[in-house]
Design a binder for this molecule. Structure first.
Ligand code: OSB
Ligand code: MG
Length: 379
């Protein structure tokens, strides 16, 4: 593919609204945009989605940056690859660091699609020309404030509403929501805030016709999630737990969930996301694409993977304007009535707008063919 340069654009983006989950509140998003440049000067873009602190998962942005600079960037520059699917194999000896791997791999996918003049969605095997999306709402100080946010998003036409829960902000809060919004497609996300000791509380949620309960227990707890799913009517959906193809296979075999949230970064990139898609399809497990408060590049990658057939449930990829005063792409992602049109342009389907990106840019590191992996071990 003749990649000659990799640029790591480090951005600090201020969010329109603070976002609160069971693990904390954030107002700023520290994001890395990866640009892979070929010998003809064509650029592909990826986004590294790790959090600022290791609270959602063990991966965090400073660590991802080091992993990209020391290992994954130089490895890609030193090894000629033929297809983006080769990237996973190239990175495989290096354990985990999935979001760093996925960020670089994402840039390679976009570049390859542009080199071959096809949309990324088509390259991935996607078939949809538009995708349905929902919205993920953070915890609010009061139920009244949350009800206002829900009303606004229902009016905007989002196809489902996801609300965050945590112990003490669960059964009564959902009862209040259901009293006002009797029939909306509603789901909850606990971000691992419960244990099996809370099973009575979780069972109480069965009365509210929720589409699913996302990640109630800790990430490693596939066996506990299977025990929980057997006692709940509401489908369990796993997010944090599905950090690889093998974890997806394990969860399906154990019956730990009935739905899977696929996040491209969490599973190590689009190649792995496709593999999980095919496995889940074979086992009749529906999928949706989760969000990580992405800027435009990550948002477009999410739309592209969602065009695969077994992404049958609305995902988290809401309009750019829900998160940002100004996104870094032109045109921005825009959901109309909860539907995003898939671009027919090559690659991710929109331009990364460097003029807009400038206002957020803190630093760009440039890796070239001169850079070799910075390692103690060698073979
Ligand atoms: O658990 O799905 C999650 C955001 C950051 C980290 C984890 C999660 C989320 C969201 C927001 O729920 C999804 C989005 O709107 O991008
Ligand atoms: Mg989640």
């Amino acid at each position: 593919m003749n990649i000659k340069e990799i640029k790591l654009h480090q951005l600090l983006m201020n969010m329109k609204n603070p976002f609160t989950t069971s693990f904390g509140t954030q107002q700023d998003r520290f994001i890395t945009i990866i640009e892979a440049v070929d010998e003809n000067g064509l650029s592909g873009f990826g986004e590294c989605v790790s959090g600022e602190d290791p609270l959602y998962s063990e991966e965090f942005m400073d660590a991802s940056l080091i992993a990209m600079k020391k290992y994954f960037g130089p490895l890609l520059l030193q090894n000629e690859i033929k297809h983006p699917d080769d990237v996973w194999e190239l990175f495989k000896p290096f354990k985990r660091n999935n979001m760093a791997k996925a960020g670089i791999e994402g840039a390679v996918w976009d570049l390859y699609a542009k080199q071959h003049d096809i949309p990324l969605s088509k390259l991935l095997g996607g078939t949809k020309s538009e995708v349905e999306v929902g919205v993920s709402l953070g915890l609010e100080e009061t139920d009244e404030l949350l009800l206002e946010k829900i009303a606004e998003k229902v009016d905007e036409g989002y196809k489902r509403i996801k609300v965050k829960i945590k112990p003490g902000r669960d059964v009564e809060m959902i009862r209040t929501i259901r009293r006002k919004f009797k029939d909306i497609p509603l789901m909850v996300d606990a971000n691992s805030a419960y244990t099996l000791d809370d099973i009575d509380t979780l069972k109480e949620l069965d009365q509210f016709k929720l589409m699913m309960i996302e990640q109630p227990l800790a990430a490693g707890d596939l066996i506990e999630h299977a025990k929980l799913q057997r006692q709940l009517k509401t489908p369990v959906c796993l997010d944090e737990s599905i950090d690889s193809y093998e974890a997806a296979a394990g969860a399906i075999e154990l019956g730990s969930c009935r739905i899977i949230n696929v996040k491209v970064g969490r599973v190590g990139g689009l190649t792995q996301a496709k593999k999980i898609h095919d496995l889940a399809k074979a086992h009749h497990i529906p999928l949706w694409c989760g969000g990580m408060l992405e800027a435009g590049v990550g948002r477009l990658h999410n739309i592209a993977i969602t065009t695969l057939g077994n992404f049958t449930l609305p995902g988290d990829t809401a309009s750019s304007s829900r998160y940002w005063y100004e996104d870094i792409i032109t045109p921005e992602v825009n959901a109309e009535n909860g539907v995003v049109k898939v671009s027919h342009k090559p690659g991710i389907g929109a331009e990364v707008d460097f003029d807009k990106m400038k206002q957020y840019l803190k630093k760009t590191d440039v890796l070239t063919k001169e850079d070799t992996p910075d390692m103690i071990f060698y073979d």
